[in-house]
Design a protein around this ligand. Structure first.
Ligand SMILES: *[C@@H]1O[C@H](CO)[C@@H](O)[C@H](O)[C@H]1NC(C)=O
Ligand SMILES: *[C@@H]1O[C@H](CO)[C@@H](O)[C@H](O)[C@H]1NC(C)=O
Ligand SMILES: *[C@@H]1O[C@H](CO)[C@@H](O)[C@H](O)[C@H]1NC(C)=O
Ligand SMILES: *[C@@H]1O[C@H](CO)[C@@H](O)[C@H](O)[C@H]1NC(C)=O
Ligand SMILES: *[C@@H]1O[C@H](CO)[C@@H](O)[C@H](O)[C@H]1NC(C)=O
Ligand SMILES: *[C@@H]1O[C@H](CO)[C@@H](O)[C@H](O)[C@H]1NC(C)=O
Length: 497
């Protein structure tokens, strides 16, 4: 049996058992992509890797510094991994998923097929049917545009490992024994440790993207029915910084970064136009929800959410539980979010959902029911004060029938709603991954924010500035920077419940 003695991990194992039933899993995994459009590569001028700008030094005594290296402290070295760790998986894309053909989704540098605008919700052309598990490919391609790459690893502030960890494990999660599931990770670790870069800091300046939820890489035992691989629990994996679409509240080595959405602008002006539209669009629905119930998860509040939405004339519901549902159509989902003031984001099979990011890109204020769904996850990308851009309603109160969501949301005045929406709209650039074949002019996208976060973290590690706290309190340090009692303790209590 699994030695996962806590509710979340225990619950996770239980939930994943449900997920072992192929039909429901296929539903879960096929997120929505049916439109195939082709797009030739848009080549854009790329600025030189290293920008040297002259600067006059006003300081006396020391000789004036003739040049200042704008990349100083920001250089990244990218490991040149053998193809079996990344590009080979793309060329054999048919083997990537047991349930659906991933080949369309690796097109366009990982963005997937271009979306058409038949329903008039996308306006521009920078929209793609992006798969939620394509982040490793998008991030790797985006890294090729990074302005401060170096081939000299001793200059680098951080070392990027372009391993497609999620695409790898995605092939073996169902029906493969633990040695198969761990094989590529072990192979990678052998390769990394044979490189001189590893020995500099024992891998603590290395980072990589694992574009699935952290629980797919946190197998604690070698029991065959325990879930996932061990990538994040082996000592080498613990030394690296791993970027995942859902991190663990109780571990130090993983950081949540946004799920990819459908929006991939390639110019600042495209982002600004979109933001302007989302500020002005008419939003007839007070709140909305897109999702399916979770009948096999006993403490899920999805039934209550769906029930409350059905009962309200001001709620719009897009149910995902039948085959003809439009909930897998990007334009239906995005169209609904654009016309809603608030978007409900309860947990699903795990804490987080891609839908949160789709909704925020549509300028919809997210309503969370657990702080694990965003606040303790995306600490580099979201404002620390969550009341500025979102609403938290405790899921316990919903489960116990103590709150009516509509009443809570109605209480916000027009001004408060406007302020929250403005905050969401201002965040949009930080939440989307720009087209990785280009680079935005001055706007920072989710990639830029992530790289800054990683570089700061490696600096803190080098400078001995990472506070020494117990792993169990990771979420608290991520949110507040300190330990002690916190009003959310009961949400993350691993011994009770
Ligand atoms: C790499 O950078 C280091 C530190 O700046 C320098 O000493 C070394 O000469 C560089 N190596 C190469 C091959 O340029
Ligand atoms: C795991 O599965 C692989 C491939 O199916 C097989 O070759 C190997 O012997 C299995 N290992 C164990 C320990 O069962
Ligand atoms: C992890 O990093 C520490 C500190 O640099 C180092 O001593 C240790 O050997 C590293 N672990 C592995 C497995 O490389
Ligand atoms: C819930 O579990 C039952 C029994 O294992 C299974 O038959 C059913 O398909 C599951 N429901 C869903 C929605 O997966
Ligand atoms: C957080 O934001 C809310 C809403 O803007 C505001 O009322 C509150 O004072 C802020 N809290 C802190 C600690 O800044
Ligand atoms: C966590 O659970 C334990 C065991 O049920 C309980 O004793 C403790 O008070 C709980 N802590 C919080 C903060 O809820």
């Amino acid at each position: 049996m699994a030695t996962l003695g806590n509710r979340r991990n225990g619950g996770y194992a239980r939930k994943r058992l449900w997920c072992a039933i192929p039909v429901s899993c296929a539903l879960l995994i096929i997120i929505s992509f049916t439109f195939i459009f082709d797009l030739g590569y848009k080549h854009r001028e790329v600025t030189p890797e290293v920008m040297i700008t002259p600067m006059a030094s006003p300081s006396m005594g020391s000789p004036p510094s003739p040049v200042v290296d704008r990349c100083s402290g920001r250089y990244i070295y990218v490991h040149d991994l053998p193809g079996r760790f990344n590009s080979d998986m793309i060329s054999s894309c048919r083997t990537l998923s047991k349930w659906n053909d991933m080949c369309p989704f690796v097109s366009n540098a990982g963005l997937g097929p271009r979306l058409n605008n038949a329903e008039g919700v996308f306006y521009g052309t920078e929209w793609y049917a992006t798969n939620q598990f394509a982040l490793e490919l998008i991030f790797h391609n985006r890294m090729k545009q990074y302005e401060c790459l170096t081939t000299n690893s001793s200059l680098a502030s951080a070392i990027f490992v372009p391993f497609y960890a999620g695409l790898d494990i995605g092939r073996y999660l169902w029906g493969y024994n633990t040695s198969v599931r761990d094989a590529t990770s072990r192979d990678l670790i052998r390769w990394l440790k044979s490189r001189p870069e590893w020995s500099t800091m024992g891998g603590r300046d290395h980072f990589m993207v694992a574009g699935r939820i952290t629980w797919d890489f946190r197998r604690l035992t070698d029991e065959e029915d325990d879930w996932g691989s061990k990538l994040l629990v082996i000592p080498e994996g613990k030394n690296m910084t791993v970027l995942v679409i859902e991190s663990s509240p109780w571990h130090k080595n993983d950081f949540g970064i946004p799920y990819p959405t459908y929006f991939h602008p390639s110019k600042d002006s495209e982002v600004q136009l979109w933001q302007e539209r989302m500020r002005r669009i008419r939003r007839p629905w007070l709140f909305s929800f897109a999702g399916a119930p979770r009948p096999n998860i006993t403490d899920s509040i999805r039934n209550e959410i769906i029930g409350q939405c059905r009962q309200s004339r001001r709620c719009k519901l897009l149910e995902c539980d039948n085959g003809r549902s439009k909930c897998h159509s990007p334009s239906s989902v995005m169209g609904m979010f654009q016309r809603s003031i608030f978007c409900l984001q309860p947990q699903g099979d795990s804490y987080t959902r891609r839908s949160t990011f789709d909704a925020m890109v549509a300028g919809c204020v997210p309503v969370f029911f657990h702080p694990g769904s965003a606040y303790v996850q995306y600490v580099w990308h979201l404002p620390r004060n969550h009341s500025e851009y979102s609403v938290l309603i405790s899921e316990d109160e919903v489960r116990d029938g103590k709150v009516r969501i509509e009443e809570v949301l109605e209480r916000f005045g027009k001004k408060e709603v406007m302020a929250m929406r403005e905050e969401v709209v201002r965040m949009i650039p930080r939440l989307v991954y720009a087209d990785p074949r280009t680079r935005l002019e001055t706007t920072k996208d989710a990639f830029d924010v992530t790289v800054e976060g990683v570089i700061q973290r490696v600096k803190d590690i080098k400078g001995g500035r990472v506070p020494d706290f117990s792993e169990a309190e990771s979420w608290k340090y991520a949110v507040t920077g300190r330990g002690g009692e916190h009003e959310w303790d009961h949400f993350f209590n691993r011994t009770s419940q």
